[in-house]
Design a protein around this ligand. Structure first.
Ligand code: MGD
Ligand code: MGD
Ligand code: MO
Length: 792
């Protein structure tokens, strides 16, 4: 029954169980509904499933814990306004399975360390606070008060507040986020890394420089009304399924769609809308008109080339350029000199393919460009986003209906957390506003981002790690170094709903603090509380959960933060923690006074559907940059060199996971069943490398300092993509991503361009599913004695 328990950590694939089929040609439809219901009913039962899913994304219900794609206007919502993967996300939280104190008696920390991420997550909701004392073999229960006392005592004992790290994952509500950053700053540090540092940071940096605000400029209506939609480096069929409904509407109104992706992702080819009878039964809607199978990392060159062609054809909005932009002449001079040979090498595309794309831009007077991790997690990611901006500016596609920049965010409230000040480099005006409102002087020196926090923990410069949600150990790059960094800490604390790897790779002491999830009724302070969130398009709205909390001992995130603040700060600075936790409206009143665009916050979030935050480029073509105009920028054309016999690996999500949370072992659209340790390679590369379909290989990544990392035991699967590219799932491949390999300007790990080689281990790879073998391979890391084959 339990195939996981026989396997070593992270060895989710048994060669014998893994099945590979042809990739699917369409997304959603009947199978999506069936799969969602199967997961939900298995873990929640029929009644709870109905009760929960019908409140999902409704104006009087709760915001989906899945992605940050916006909800339609309240009057246009369906009874079932959710997708297969949203239903899985909710099921994961509303499950009836429990991890209680008996569980921790039964399982030692050593035992839990041997389990896969999938197994850990499947055990259910954590029911009470647990502590791992120094040297102990088991977690044991701890009273909430004692947990806060322990944390407060250690925090107050640090030599400097900068020895503490306060991480946030993007599910945390605006109220909790605002209270958390206030606490960290009142305590004395800007060490507020978040999952954004590994996600859309490159977007935020590039957009802030180019258009004066780090957020996208479109509304859902703009997507519906666009004449051309470009989807670059994003897999909406899996990661933002409700976006397909928006693409379908646009398509029916006559829009063209270009997909830019090394893989031909099912959702971009054809979509069967499960909310319509025709979608369930019929052939569905063909989505992409043009698919550009770009080589990994080739997008910078691609957008440069599209820009150069629009310039050559004079397909420009001259008035917009003259009135609203800066730097056009320098950009145009560089574009005229574009090295088309370099473009061809970088993109792997034929010139005619790029011309076809540029023609679609030329023919459209309302273009939306969407992007996600395929763009942001590269060394040149910030420059690439700026090239997207250049192309959008050329045709004045910003601040008008049906047009704009559409970075599609990940976690459901990752954008809101940033708005609320979860930011290691919060701008001066934000800190000034905090000072004015609360009367203390917040630290001004920038704090640690995710990568720098790992380095500080590794080097003994940070000693306490507190994670507000998330799974830092598995999400971060360079797993071995990150795990060692966590072990160096005096204390690691995780505010969590479910068990994960970060709970078993700990500092000297560790705490698990179980939090209520968004689907649960929050009666903190004896009154029904609600929270607020912001989606990818800057719309803010309220959310309240319908379900009874998984255990009577859970606390809300706001409660946990305020209690920790009281235990640590006492009445230092006279901050109103008691008021905050007895009524979150008090927090919203402070948000209204501190956060730009949030005046009358509590009142505005009470409207059905909430309100939209101001966005000067979108609202009035105002650009709050250094020169007060939108900036054209010039970057060198970048060709990522991959040595002979090596491949360029991207690490991505399967259809059955939410980041490090593994829902199941299938990746339906890509034809993978019952396993995750697969590496997708072009059939001709498989042959050229002397491998075969089904070979079991170790993936070895090579680092600038000459060292190597190894992820053992992946099955080679032939898959259509540009030559020289490869793809495998995250987080299994995180050991391969070097900690010091990050995007220039944003420090985002380069999870989508890792140079690797595939090595057949001497034992033929068969042994790697046995725990002893895999453990040995993991522990010896780069010291493995396997002689790397040169495969070309
Ligand atoms: N169900 C589900 N939903 C999710 C998540 C989840 O794990 N599961 N995660 C959430 C989070 S936090 C995020 S950030 C988003 C992530 O959403 P996505 O960005 O869609 O996530 P990835 O799976 O990393 O997919 C990256 C896509 O980019 C493509 N790609 C890779 N390299 C390149 C490149 O160099 N150029 C181009 N043009 N394309 C490339 C890949 O083939 C893939 O289609 O989804 C959010 N929603
Ligand atoms: N190689 C590689 N690495 C990547 C990426 C990649 O594409 N490739 N993507 C990166 C990206 S885009 C991101 S966003 C990060 C994700 O990094 P994180 O946000 O840190 O990771 P998640 O897997 O989303 O966190 C899941 C955990 O959050 C906890 N949790 C879930 N819901 C709640 C809640 O409501 N409250 C609280 N307190 N806790 C909760 C659960 O315990 C669960 O185990 O990973 C990054 N890492
Ligand atoms: Mo993300």
């Amino acid at each position: 029954m339990d195939i996981m328990s026989r396997r070593a950590p992270r060895q989710d694939v048994n060669d014998d169980h893994l099945e590979v089929e042809a990739p699917k040609k369409s997304a959603a439809g009947v199978p999506a509904v069936a799969v969602a219901m199967k997961f939900a009913v298995e873990q929640m039962g029929v009644r709870r499933t109905a009760q929960t899913l019908l409140k999902l994304n409704q104006a009087d219900g709760f915001d989906c814990q899945g992605c940050a794609w916006p909800d339609p206007d309240p009057s246009h919502r369906h009874t079932a306004e959710f997708c297969e993967n949203g239903a899985k996300a909710v099921t994961e939280e509303a499950t009836l399975r429990r991890v209680d104190r008996g569980f921790f008696v039964e399982h030692s920390i050593e035992d839990l360390r041997d389990k896969t991420d999938y197994w850990l997550g499947q055990q259910g909701r954590i029911t009470e606070p647990m502590v791992l004392r120094a040297g102990a073999t088991h977690y044991q229960p701890i009273a909430w008060d004692q947990a806060f006392e322990l944390m407060g005592g250690l925090l107050n004992g640090l030599a400097s507040p900068d020895e503490a790290v306060f991480y946030t994952s993007g599910k945390v509500s605006n109220e909790a986020a605002f209270a958390y950053q206030l606490f960290a700053r009142a305590y004395g540090t800007n060490n507020l890394p978040d999952c954004s540092n590994m996600c859309h940071e490159s977007t935020s940096v590039a957009l802030a420089e180019a258009i004066g605000i780090g957020k996208g400029s479109v509304s859902l209506e703009d997507v519906h009304d666009a004449k051309l939609i470009v989807v670059a480096g994003q897999n909406p069929g899996t990661n933002h399924p409700r976006m397909l409904s928006a693409l379908e509407i646009a398509k029916q109104r006559g829009a063209k769609i270009i997909s830019v992706n090394p893989l031909r992702e099912a959702g971009l080819v054809r979509f069967k809308n499960p909310q319509k009878v025709r979608g369930l039964a019929g052939p569905g809607t063909a989505l992409a008109d043009l698919h550009l199978p770009v080589r990994i990392n080739g997008d910078l060159a691609l957008f440069q080339a599209i820009g150069a062609l629009l310039l050559e054809w004079d397909a420009l909005d001259h008035d917009f350029i003259a009135e609203h932009t800066h730097g056009f002449e320098e950009w145009a001079a560089a574009a005229r000199e574009l090295d088309w040979d370099a473009v061809r090498r970088a993109t792997g595309l034929e010139r005619r393919e790029i011309v076809a794309a540029a023609r679609l831009f030329q023919e459209s007077d309302a273009t939306v460009v969407c992007w996600a991790m395929g763009i942001t997690q590269h060394r040149n990611a910030v420059a690439t986003v700026k090239e997207i901006v250049n192309v959008v500016l050329l045709q004045g596609n910003i601040g008008k209906p049906g047009a704009g920049l559409c970075p599609v965010r990940g976690h459901s409230n990752v954008q809101g957390d940033r708005t609320m000040g979860i930011w290691e480099r919060a701008p001066e005006h934000f800190l000034d506003a905090l000072q004015k409102e609360f009367g203390f002087d917040p630290p001004r020196e920038h704090g640690l981002d995710t990568v720098k926090a790992i380095e500080a923990l590794r080097d003994g410069k940070a000693k306490i790690f507190i994670g507000m949600g998330g799974n830092f150990v598995s999400a971060a790059p360079d797993t071995e170094v990150t795990e060692q960094a966590m072990r160096n800490a005096d204390l690691t604390v995780h505010v969590s709903t479910k068990l994960n790897r970060s709970h078993v790779v700990t500092g000297r002491e560790a705490l698990i603090l179980p939090a209520m999830g968004r689907s649960e009724r929050d009666l903190t302070g004896g009154r029904l509380q609600r929270v607020t969130v912001e989606d990818s398009m800057s719309a803010v709205h309220a959310s309240h959960g319908p379900l009874k909390p998984a255990s009577p001992y859970l606390k809300s995130e706001v409660d946990i933060i305020c209690s920790l603040a009281i235990a640590t700060l006492g009445d230092r600075h006279g901050l109103p923690w008691e008021d905050f936790r007895s009524d979150y409206t008090e927090i919203r009143h402070r948000i209204a006074r501190v956060v730009p665009g949030c005046a009358a916050y509590d009142e505005k979030v009470s409207r059905p559907g909430g309100f939209v935050l101001p966005h000067p480029p979108r609202d009035s073509r105002t650009f709050d940059t250094e020169v007060g105009k939108a900036m054209f920028t010039v970057s060198p054309t970048d060709v990522l060199h991959v040595p002979e016999g090596r491949l360029l690996l991207q690490t991505m999500r399967s259809h059955d996971q939410f980041n490090t949370t593994i829902y199941g072992l299938d990746d339906r659209y890509r034809g993978i069943k019952n396993g995750r340790r697969v590496v997708f390679v072009h059939p001709e590369d498989i042959t050229a490398l002397g491998l075969a379909d089904g070979s079991i290989v170790d993936i070895v990544s090579e680092w600038s300092d000459g060292s190597e990392r190894n992820a053992p035991g992946f099955r080679v699967v032939p898959y259509d993509q540009p030559r020289g590219c490869a793809a495998a799932y995250y987080p299994e491949t995180n050991p391969l991503v070097p900690l010091d390999s990050t995007a220039i300007g944003s420090n985002c790990p380069t999870s989508k361009s890792v140079i690797i080689r595939l090595v057949v281990p001497p034992h033929g790879g068969k042994g790697v599913t046995e725990s002893s073998d895999a453990g040995a391979a993991r522990d010896s890391g780069s010291k493995r004695t396997v002689q790397p084959e040169h495969l070309s």
